[in-house]
Design a protein around this ligand. Structure first.
Ligand code: ASP
Length: 335
């Protein structure tokens, strides 16, 4: 009999109504889970629940919680066949990305899921999301961190939250779904990462100072000079299209050069969910290239942020981080 560890971190799925809106409640989730008849079915694997403390709305997730989840998976790795992490949807794609980097040589499924409607409500989408995630975690088919939601299993570091209120809340614009759950759960074998050869290793993350800037028409780059200090280790810049910034790129150039001299790694992502950055394809992106920015290719901003945390936590210097940001480490980018 397969055995799955369900880790409840907080999020809508287990929230209850309070006078200030939905909020997690200590000790409530176990009864909510046990009240789902299918969770007691003989067709389900054995499962155990671990409730994290404190339970969080995922807007409050930090590297501290990522480390706690990672350590729990590492410490109980031999005891279980797979892991389901129940998480708020708001930052689920960040946590999935972070865990994908932190858990090197992962040989068992780690499936993140949650819901848009809490289990305490009749129309909750949480029931199917949990039941199917547990079955996927027990399948032994997946050797990576993934995210199941609304019928699709996505690679965790390729997923992005797409809808604030739809039940298909996540998409994976630059990589196919790993599986679709219709009448049957159909895995796309060619899309799955191969089983690793080495032993699981956990890289804990540090609270590295990094930033994200979204470019918009009329952006006054000089305002950002203030944050480009030596403290800033990495920055993700969300550009237009294939890596373009407003035409007076020269305004940005000295700032980027300063950042670069300070040792800050600047990674270019696109505001377009689909497609890749191609630095130098247009005049408007050449400035970034000349100043030493690295291309995030088709990585999501969520994965780029998590990757910067990870690479700096590994202790790499800025030159190594620059090289590795353009290299595919966990299936997060198409090189
Ligand atoms: N604010 C909630 C959270 O991310 C939303 C959700 O779970 O869907 O924790």
């Amino acid at each position: 009999m397969k055995k799955i560890l369900i880790i409840y971190t907080g999020g809508t799925i287990g929230m209850v109504r309070t006078e200030n809106g939905y909020a997690p409640k200590d000790g409530y989730f176990r009864s909510a889970l046990e009240a789902i008849p299918a969770m007691q079915s003989k067709e389900m694997p054995d499962w155990e629940l671990h409730e994290m403390s404190p339970l969080l709305d995922s807007s409050n997730m930090t590297v501290v919680e990522w480390n706690k989840i990672g350590k729990l998976i590492k410490d109980s790795y031999d005891e279980y066949d797979g892991f389901v992490v129940l998480h708020g949807t708001d930052t689920m794609a960040y946590t999935a990305s972070a865990l994908s980097f932190m858990l090197e040589n992962l040989g068992k499924p780690v499936v993140l899921t949650g819901s848009q409607i809490p289990l305490c409500e009749v129309r909750s989408d949480g029931r199917d999301n949990i039941i199917t995630s547990v079955l996927i975690a027990a399948s032994g088919r997946v050797h990576e961190v993934c995210l199941y939601f609304g019928g699709s299993l996505l690679r965790g570091n390729r997923a992005t939250k797409y809808s604030a209120d739809g039940l298909i809340a996540f998409v994976s614009p630059n990589y196919p779904a790993l599986a679709e759950a219709g009448i049957e759960i159909r895995y796309r074998r060619s899309a799955l990462l191969p089983a690793p050869e080495g032993k699981l290793r956990l890289q804990q993350l540090e609270s590295i100072p990094i930033g994200v800037i979204k470019v918009f028409p009329g952006i006054q780059f000089s305002l950002f000079e203030q944050i480009m200090t030596e403290k800033l280790r990495g920055i993700v810049i969300e550009t237009f299209g294939a890596g373009n910034i407003p035409g007076d790129g020269n305004a940005l150039l000295p700032i980027i050069r300063r950042a670069f001299a300070n040792g800050t790694v600047l990674t270019v992502c696109s505001q377009c969910p689909q497609g890749a950055v191609s630095l130098g394809a247009y005049e408007t992106s050449s400035a970034l290239k000349q100043a030493g920015a690295v291309s995030g290719l088709d990585i999501t901003t969520e994965a780029a942020v998590a990757k910067l945390y990870y690479l700096f936590s590994c202790g790499y210097d800025k030159d190594a981080v620059k090289v590795l940001m353009e290299r595919d480490l966990r299936g997060e980018m198409t090189v």
